[in-house]
Design a protein around this ligand. Sequence first.
Ligand SMILES: [Cu+2]
Ligand SMILES: [Zn+2]
Length: 164
Amino acid sequence: MPQSPTPRLAFLPLLENNSPQATAWVRGGASAPNLSGLVKFYDAPYGGVLIEAEIFGLPNKNVPDSTTFYAMHIHQEGDCSDNFTKTGNHYNPTMQPHPNHEGDLLPLFGNSGYAWGAFFDRRFRLQDIIGRSVVIHAKPDDFTTQPSGDSGAKIACGVIVETE
Ligand SMILES: [Cu+2]
Ligand SMILES: [Zn+2]
């Protein structure tokens, strides 16, 4: 059977064989001290960015068989100090309402604390997010409430850095 030439045929080798152009090491704050993980950003064909996240130790870690959503966004400022109070708003250079911010990402799906996901995103260019932050929240994003989807406290943060 012939393979359909869909974009995933280009995406999978990128994730498997290439180094990301940018990464964010995400670490939990006081409310989630065991949370850690890595978000990778790849320059992708079709004019977009491929984002892969693997996160350990989300708050539902101790709830067996739980499957819980956690909001994830790119925030304006790449400063995770002071328990993430300096990250600013969602990255939103074109002044859109939530969830149309350039920094609005797919949520994480925590499976007893572990989340893995990858998706294709054409909202921003890679060079525009270097030096900003990835923030994970305590609650799901409702994709409605302004300005940030009622996603609750910031529980983890990582600065997006360009890789060598
Ligand atoms: Cu956020
Ligand atoms: Zn937003």
